[in-house]
Design a protein around this ligand. Structure first.
Ligand code: B4P
Length: 210
């Protein structure tokens, strides 16, 4: 089934989760194209602010370089503004948000206020040794400030401590959470993601908002 054949009757909000290096950003670009969604990456937004040297960027730069999480208050403001500016007829894929339970609850309130709902969560699973190798490789190619070994270990730690519990939050609210094996070639991983999302989105229109 092609993207155009997925009969959307309402736009959805989807989330993509995974530890640093699991391929969130990489897969999000493909999901965006296949399912006609707007991709909102909080990491990308922050990196652009850092590049521009804006007030937000100056506040975020040091935190990100250390591998820590930017404050919930700042992230909530950024995402709320972006969601409000997105028309209700547009499907949105949130990549990198929410990363804490406080952000998850803020998102619940935002989608309620906008009369929307979270239709799915994609969670990528990749062993830590593979993640570290991928990120150290990216460090050589792109030179991102947070791809040092020390910052990578801190990001992993923050993911397990603060982000993993967010998956349970959405499960307990009845949102379909699809766990995907994120090992292997980018295209292979995407086939798994695509097949799982087709099942979720086709399975129960009433439950998914489609
Ligand atoms: P992100 O930009 O979300 O950074 P990330 O977790 O490393 O994921 P990214 O999408 O870049 O990498 P991917 O796994 O796709 O966040 C950066 C920082 O911003 C955070 O640490 C935090 O400080 C801050 N931040 C962002 N959102 C926040 C929030 N909500 N609250 C607080 N702080 C927030 O890919 C990694 C590498 O692997 C790439 O080089 C890719 O090419 C490669 N790769 C991907 N798939 C592969 C595959 N199948 N095989 C081989 N390589 C692969």
């Amino acid at each position: 089934m092609e993207a155009a054949q997925l009969a959307y009757s309402a736009a959805v909000i989807g989330l993509i989760f995974g530890p640093p290096g699991s391929g969130k950003g990489t897969q999000a670009v493909r999901i965006q194209q296949e399912f006609d969604m707007t991709h909102l990456s909080t990491g990308e937004i922050l990196r652009k602010e850092v590049e521009r040297g804006s007030e937000i960027g100056q506040e975020a730069a040091r935190i990100m370089a250390a591998g820590d999480l930017v404050t919930d208050e700042l992230m909530d403001r950024i995402v709320q503004g972006r969601l409000e500016r997105t028309g209700s007829g547009v499907s949105v894929l949130l990549d990198g948000f929410p990363r804490t339970l406080v952000q998850a609850k803020a998102l619940d309130a935002m989608v309620d206020r906008l009369g929307r709902k979270v239709a799915f969560v994609v969670a990528l699973d990749v062993p830590e040794t593979v993640l570290v190798d991928r990120l150290l490789h990216r460090a050589q190619v792109e030179g991102r400030a947070d791809d040092t070994r020390e910052a990578i270990m801190e990001r992993m730690h923050e993911y397990h401590r603060r982000t993993e519990p967010v998956l349970e939050h959405f499960r307990s609210r009845g949102v379909p959470v699809v766990q995907i094996d994120g090992r292997g070639e980018v295209g292979e991983v995407f086939e798994r993601v695509r097949d799982a999302l087709r099942r979720v989105l086709g399975r129960s229109p009433a439950n998914t908002g489609l």
